[in-house]
Write a protein of this length. Structure first.
Length: 612
């Protein structure tokens, strides 16, 4: 039955029922009352895509006034820049906040109606001449909602004070709705709004409502193939120039079609100042309307984040989430995503974010915590990174796609298997061989490393802390030991150095500072721990797709032309059917405290709909 013809059991029907009951008692007088009710009662109806099939029709009537996990209309924060009209950072002296404010939802113009959520005001055939209506967003966050009405081939902004005419109400209207912003703090606004249609007619005001929610910003996970891979500018840093060249060559060998994209900053750590996600809402035939989002880390004094506005464009927006100064706990190397799963009756169709808490006042900033909690669909898991100098979760854990029932496994940096590589070589009579094969690396033999009691104690501490974090993840996800991949690796006390000819400024940067910061250097707050990767951390790499993984070259002991540590790491990944590709990051990243993952970033394919 067409939507406009379906019988409704609203207030007019109830009024007539009352009149009929009175007619039994009052005869003709009751009949006149029923006729009067039919003539004068006005029942407005507003509908949105409550059942999330991308259409607005009769199926959206049930339960439309309440938003739940299973039903409720979705709209997008329209923060892209379809016409590329917003200035680029290098072209303007606008503040960061002013740059963020420039997007397709700025002002009252319909710049990107393709991202509107569809809403319909249903026709009221017998509305009296002189009746008026209005459509407004009500509740917390109402100021963030824009409503447009279709007029001919265009869209006109519908302000809360604007009135719909009787002719509009008789004909019915097509509306488009978007948001100026995402949800940032559930205590302020959780992204939910109610859209109200109110009609004034014959001295009465009647209204109807539909519940909507701004789409959450969903982070990617490693079961989604990479579509765009990013690095930063190299400047005069020869090691970084070579790193980008090797990364590009490796991607080409894998068959990755896109070139490495360069973000306009010298900040070495492309993973740390941005996290990529997306917003999605239903479209017809099971499709989705998507706006990708570059999330700036909550490190406002970290100038690299400003360069993200170069990436804004059609279907791509930028969100800044506050923060305070430049704390390493707020870097997005300290943020990873568990892929979708279900356990003990709990479903996480978008997966869950994880981040590390270093304690001692070095927890992630409350703006970061509030932001990811406000999205609601990727309930955060907190890990312990207090034992690490940089204090990032990507130093010891990652999630990898595989063909098991779950679709993924947890990979951890595993000290025992790392030590076993060296011990096995020692047992085979190679203890006097160099423990490192990189030029200019540690001048130690395998025997030296294994005889270092202090190093062994620190690795035992690291082993216990990794296992503690793994236990947290297993308890939260239901992952069992046979769904854990143990990747060889070792830790030691952080020691940072860089060759002056590789520095981006005159002379080498001070320890643990990005080399592009102008003097005087910005203050950076690090974790309370001291441990960092001894050999390049193999788990700190780029998952390109289901079968290809780019890791840092291991530079372990070489026997008969084979890097023993690199061979062991590749064998671990091969258990999942993953081919490893090595890129040398020793001088470009490792000696500064990071690896391939730290120095790159990726946009990925959109996964299954988060609302399903």
């Amino acid at each position: 039955m067409p939507l406009s013809q379906k019988p409704r059991e609203g207030c007019a029907m109830r009024s007539c029922n009352v009149a009929r009951r009175k007619m039994l008692l009052c005869g003709v007088a009751g009949a006149m009352l029923c006729a009067s009710a039919r003539a004068h009662a006005v029942e407005p109806e507003i509908l949105a895509d409550t059942n999330r099939d991308g259409l607005v029709d009769a199926a959206d009537r049930d339960g439309k006034a309440l938003w739940s996990d299973d039903r409720g209309a979705i709209l997008l924060a329209n923060i892209g820049d379809v016409a590329n009209r917003c200035p680029k950072p290098a072209q303007t002296d606008l503040s960061d906040d002013e740059l963020e404010a420039c997007n397709d939802a700025q002002g009252e113009e319909a710049r990107a109606p393709e991202y509107f959520a569809p809403v319909r005001v249903m026709p009221i055939a017998d509305v009296a001449q002189g009746a008026t209506g209005r459509v407004i967003a009500v509740g917390a966050g109402a100021q963030n909602i824009r409503v447009f009405v279709k007029r001919g081939e265009g869209w006109k902004f519908l302000a809360p004070t604007d009135r719909l005419s009787a002719e509009d109400l008789r004909a019915g209207l097509q509306l488009g709705v978007d948001a100026r912003d995402v949800a940032r703090d559930a205590a302020v606004w959780d992204g939910r709004i109610t859209l109200e249609l109110a009609v004034d007619a014959a001295g009465q005001t009647r209204s109807d409502r539909v519940a909507m929610r701004v789409a959450p910003v969903v982070l990617h996970n490693h079961t989604q193939n990479a579509t765009r891979i990013f690095a930063v500018k190299s400047g005069r840093a020869k090691a970084h120039q070579q790193f980008v060249a090797d990364l590009s060559s490796t991607l080409s060998q894998i068959g990755f079609q896109q070139p490495v994209e360069i973000i306009d900053t010298f900040d070495n750590w492309a993973q740390d100042f941005v996290e990529f996600g997306y917003m999605a809402m239903p479209a017809p035939e099971g499709a989705m309307k998507v706006i990708r989002v570059a999330i700036r880390s909550p490190q406002p004094t970290r100038s690299a984040g400003r360069a993200l506005f170069d990436l804004r464009g059609p279907g791509v927006g930028v969100v800044q989430i506050g923060g305070d100064n430049y704390h390493q706990a707020d870097s997005f190397g300290n943020l990873e995503t568990v892929p979708p799963y279900e356990t003990n009756g709990r479903r996480y169709p978008g997966g869950r974010v994880i981040y590390g808490d270093a304690g001692d006042g070095l927890s992630p900033h409350h703006d970061m915590v509030s932001f990811f909690e406000a999205q609601e669909v990727q309930d955060p898991i907190l890990l312990d990174t207090s034992w690490l100098a940089i204090a990032h979760v990507d130093e010891f854990v990652q999630f990898l796609p595989t063909d098991n029932a779950r679709g993924w496994v947890i990979a951890i940096k595993d000290v025992p298997s790392g030590l076993e590589v060296l011990r096995d070589a020692q047992r085979r009579g190679f203890g006097d061989r160099p423990a490192f094969s990189v030029a200019g690396g540690h001048e130690l033999t395998i025997d030296d490393v294994l005889a270092d009691d202090d190093l062994m104690r620190k690795n035992e501490l690291a082993r216990r802390r990794v296992e503690l974090n793994l236990a947290i993840l297993m308890a939260e996800t239901g992952v069992t030991e046979d769904e854990v991949l143990r990747v060889p690796g070792l830790f030691h006390t952080a020691e940072f150095a860089v060759d002056p000819e590789d520095a981006l400024t005159e002379g080498a940067p001070p320890p643990m500072l990005p080399p592009d910061l102008d003097w005087p250097r910005e203050e950076i707050v690090y974790g309370p721990g001291t441990l960092i990767a001894y050999y390049p951390a193999a788990v700190n790499g780029v998952v390109v797709d289901r079968h290809n993984y780019i890791m840092p070259s291991q530079w372990g002991p070489v026997i008969d032309g084979v890097d023993l540590l690199g061979e062991a790491v590749s064998a671990a990944y091969a258990k999942l059917g993953i081919t490893t590709w090595s890129v040398d990051d020793w001088r470009s990243h490792h000696v500064l405290g990071g690896e391939v993952h730290c120095g790159t970033n990726a946009m990925r394919e959109i996964g299954d709909a988060w609302w399903r």
